[in-house]
Design a protein around this ligand. Structure first.
Ligand SMILES: NC(=O)c1ccc[n+]([C@@H]2O[C@H](COP(=O)([O-])OP(=O)(O)OC[C@H]3O[C@@H](n4cnc5c(N)ncnc54)[C@H](OP(=O)(O)O)[C@@H]3O)[C@@H](O)[C@H]2O)c1
Length: 235
């Protein structure tokens, strides 16, 4: 099995890379990092630098591979050094909104565009992007977090359309949005105080859950939004 983990240097991404490398020694695992290549690496993992906001670098990365079976995109942003998620309309900042779309949504479309020929060579191709339950329109009870919610809802729509297009092109393909649950990473750090006991997961737990789920999926699951405990979430 040939797997590419995009955003393999993030909290969840690195745990997924480590899980694949240690539990699937026969797998060919490649991963991307953005600003810093992880220091403690699994020796068998091949690392590539990638900025998902740059289409040319996504295209160039695709040219490094002959064929792939799984692509797992773990890139995402909720806040920056200068901006927290919005509590109300008054805090909407167009630059932050567009950055959220550029990091959380558009890359999955560009990855699908440039990696499609490589996944087509697989007997069971899979594209999974880590989304977030707060991107569910049906589940939205609290409001706020406009940029993050909107970018993840847009991501979910993109994944659903990719699933439909690839269902025709690659009938065995699986395209899914994954919800990891609240996971102890730098992304969730400022927002962990109100997490109920037992509901703040370690990246290792989440990686195990998500990989186990991906292994269980069939083509009939393509176009689903799936949580860390395998629950099917409403769009
Ligand atoms: N943690 C949670 O509680 C939680 C809950 C629901 C959903 N999620 C989702 O899970 C995914 C992984 O999040 P995480 O918790 O692991 O956060 P994280 O540790 O902050 O990882 C995010 C990764 O995205 C990378 N990234 C950001 N901009 C990029 C760019 N332009 N090009 C390439 N890489 C870029 C970051 O690299 P640099 O740091 O080098 O920029 C980092 O490696 C995200 O999509 C997030 O929305 C997380």
């Amino acid at each position: 099995m040939k797997v590419l983990v995009i955003g393999g240097s993030g909290g969840i991404g690195q745990a997924i890379v480590n899980h694949l490398a240690s539990h699937y020694p026969q797998a060919d695992v490649a991963a991307t990092y953005h600003r810093n290549q992880p220091k403690h690496q699994q020796s068998l993992v091949r690392w590539y630098s990638l900025d998902v906001e740059d289409e040319a670098s996504i295209k160039q990365l695709a040219q490094q591979f002959e064929q792939l079976d799984w692509i797992i995109n773990c890139v995402g942003m909720l806040h920056t050094q200068h901006q927290k998620p919005e509590k109300n309309l008054a805090s909407i900042n167009p630059e932050f909104f567009l950055k959220s779309i550029a990091v959380n949504c558009l890359p999955t479309l560009l990855i699908a565009k440039h990696f499609q020929p490589l996944l087509r060579k697989s007997a069971q191709p899979c594209l999974a992007t880590v989304s977030a339950k707060v991107g569910s329109i049906t589940d939205n009870q609290l409001g706020g977090w406009y940029s993050y919610r909107s970018s993840k809802a847009a991501l979910n729509m993109a994944l659903k359309s990719i699933a439909i297009e690839w269902g025709r092109l690659m009938p065995k393909s699986v395209v899914v949005a994954l919800h990891p649950g609240t996971t102890d990473t730098q992304l969730s750090k400022p927002f962990q105080t109100n997490v109920p006991e037992g509901k703040l997961f370690t990246p290792n737990y989440v990686a195990t859950q998500l990989i186990t789920i991906l292994h269980s999926l069939k083509a009939s699951d393509s176009g689903s939004f799936i949580a860390y405990d395998a629950e099917r979430l409403p769009w």
